[in-house]
Structure formats: structure tokens, C-alpha cells
Design a binder for this molecule. Sequence first.
Ligand SMILES: [Cu+2]
Length: 450
Amino acid sequence: MATATRTNPLWPALSAVLALFLVVTIAATYGSASTDGATTVSTAVATEGSTVDVSLDEFAISPDPIVVAADAPIVLNVANTGSLNHDLALTDGPSTPDLMGGEDAVLELEPMPEGTYELLCTVPGHAASGMTATLEVSADAATTVATDDGDQGDHGSPEEMTPEEMIEHHDEGVANFLAGYGGEVFGNNELEPTIDEDGAMVFELTADEIEWETKPGTTKSGMAYNGQIPGPMIRAEIGDRLKIVLTNELEVPTAIHTHGLLLPNPMDGVPSVTQDAVRPGESFTYDITLTNAGSHMYHSHFDSATQVPSGLLGALIVEDPERPVEEDHDYTMILNDGPLGFTINGKDFPATEPIIAAQGETVRFRFMNEGLQIHPMHLHGMHMTVIEKDGYPLPQPYMLDTLNIAPGERYDVVVEAAEPGAWALHCHILNHAEGPDGMFGMVTALVITE
Ligand SMILES: [Cu+2]
């Protein structure tokens, strides 16, 4: 297990500047969609059958099991309390419409005989990520209304808090962020190669299931290379020969695709196409001589809709000696969404890392999206200059403050640290970034010191 301890020597000196951040707010939209498009519950049915409130979230259906009475009508009041689109279907049976985050619908099922049935979300990949639940149809179940506790996911609900409580929760999250709440273990640590007899740089990557702390107190089941999410960063130069040795300690097959590299076909890492899947306990060596520079990635290419969001991903930076990095700071930011939540470098705000630069310095950001959704990253207070896309230098760099990053894309941007302060940097799909009880997920800050 390769893990790393990082502490930030600048924290004490930053506190005054960071206090500014306490006044930074992002307009909250969470909760406003809850009534639009809602289907009114038919109360007439409840007296005879079972009515259960069911919530859909990333990536769970709750409650599980759902217990209802046999031979009586079943009414499921389904609320999508998550951020992605979900539905709820009886396997081989009826389904709700596709629901956006905040929407709800009623799923009515005909009376069913005693037995155990399966409910699932039919959005591709979601059932595999955990969105299944057991429907227990029981002769003993009371034909009364059963409800869960009304918990709207992790993010509270405005009705449950006073205005002062909402502000307290917001303040607490930001204070935790500023205090360096991220804990001890981060991913993205540069991996030291060993050098083979033939001069190749050998990078060892072991894939395994892990429990990963996305923020203190929140640990989720994931998959990782060398025990960290994102996996360790591989950094090399054009002309280097790499041997990436994948050892599979997972309980499922896997493979590694080096996303963005120009390479020989047998090294492309696509099971059934260019190689056999790497079975549990097996190894495979990818032997690649680097010919194109850029901010690339490596990730699983087997059951990838499950394995990549679960954490089998990492940065592969190829430098071009003729185009050296000239910026003062070089920061790789990998976006992901899925079973680990909405994460920046495997962490959920307030456990995300701030990026720190002194006034007048330049910062190169290498944005990479390994998730299933687009993430428009917005930097407050200054512009970003896009200089490379997918490792290719732009003939005409351009300026913006919001950069839409689709899955698989990489953008290199340069920021000039102009005005001191803590400047929010967050995904502008707002329910990836903030709820009623404060910011979460894809939020960090560029902290500019004087
Ligand atoms: Cu987003």
C-alpha cells in the first residue's frame, strides 16, 4: 500500500487570508426542484395496500429491503434525492420515468403473491454500482403506511434547519476546509520507477479493493491502484520507455488503458480487443515507448463504468523537453463522480486540497475528467488561459473563467495569481458542489498569498 502523508507548512500563515473565504458563497439551488414535476400521491390506495417512501441516491435505493403486504396494492413514493438521473423499476416489470435530481414519482404495482422480488435503477451502470433493493412481499406485513425517516441524503433539507443553523453548517464546512481537514492520506502521489536492465522505467501498479476515506468520518468502498485514489501519478518524458506492471488483486478481471498515448495496438489495454482481461491474481506488463507529450490518464478498461468511478484511475504526465513547464506550480486535478461521490482527486469538500500560490506566481492546472458526467469548473475572480487540450498545444490559447470538461477530456490551463485571497474553484453544476447544509463535493479554492 503506497500512501502518503502531506502537511501544509503554510497553514498557520494563511489563516488571515483564508478568513476571507468565509464570505464566499455559491448560490444554492438544491431543493428548489423538489416540487416541479412531482406527481401527486394517490391517498385512496393507502388504506388497502402498502405505501412506502423510497429514495434514490448515488448509488443506493433505500430502504432496503422494502417490505410490503402480499395480495394488496403497492404504492412506492419514489424521490430522487441524488444528483444524477435515476429511475426505479421492478425487474422485468413497471418502472418510474427517468427522474432528475430532486424529482419524484409514484410507482404503483399490482398486488403480488408472497415472495422476494428485485427493484433496481435501470440507468446503465447504476445497478452494478449498488442501486438494487429487495422487495419483500410478505403475508405478515401490515397494510399500513411505512416510511423511512425522510432523510434527504447527506445534505439535510431546508425545512429541517433554521436560517442560523444553515449558516452554521456552511461556516463549519469552510472552516474545516481551511483547517486542512483532508486527513493524512491523499492519492495522486508521484510514483518512483525502478530502472530495468534494458533502461525501461518500471512502474508497479497493484489493483485492489479498498476502503477509501473521502473525508474524515466518511469511508466508502472503492477500487484503487497502490491503495490510493487517484492512483499514483506516473511522470516521464517523450522518448522514455515505460513498463507498467499491473497486478490484479481484485476479485474481478481488469486491465489498464493508457488514455491519450500513441502506442502499439497490443499495449492499448482493451480486453477482448487487444489483450485478454487480467484475471484475479494475474499480472500484465504494458511496454510503451512514449512518443506524445501531454496530460494523459491511465484507467481500467474492463467493466469501466464500475471500475473507473470506483477509483481505478490515475494521471500519466508526459513531458516534452522542448516545451518545459514554465509555471511556478503544476497541479493535477482529477474529477470523478460515482460511488465515491463528487470528488476532486478522490476527496469530497471540505476534505479537498486547496491550491496555494503567492501573488504574482503562475499555476498550471491539468484538469482531467474520469467521471461519468461533465463538470464545468469555474474559477472565481480571475481568468484561466487554456493552452493544451488532450495533450495537444492550442494554436491559439483562449481565456475563460468556466471550463466545461467532459468525461475523458484533459485541459491544461494557466492562471496568473493576481489578487490575494481564497478564490473558490468549483464545479458549476451546483448540486455537485452545494446543498442546504453547505458546500460539498467538487469544491476547492485557489489561495493566493501576499
Ligand atoms: Cu460537476
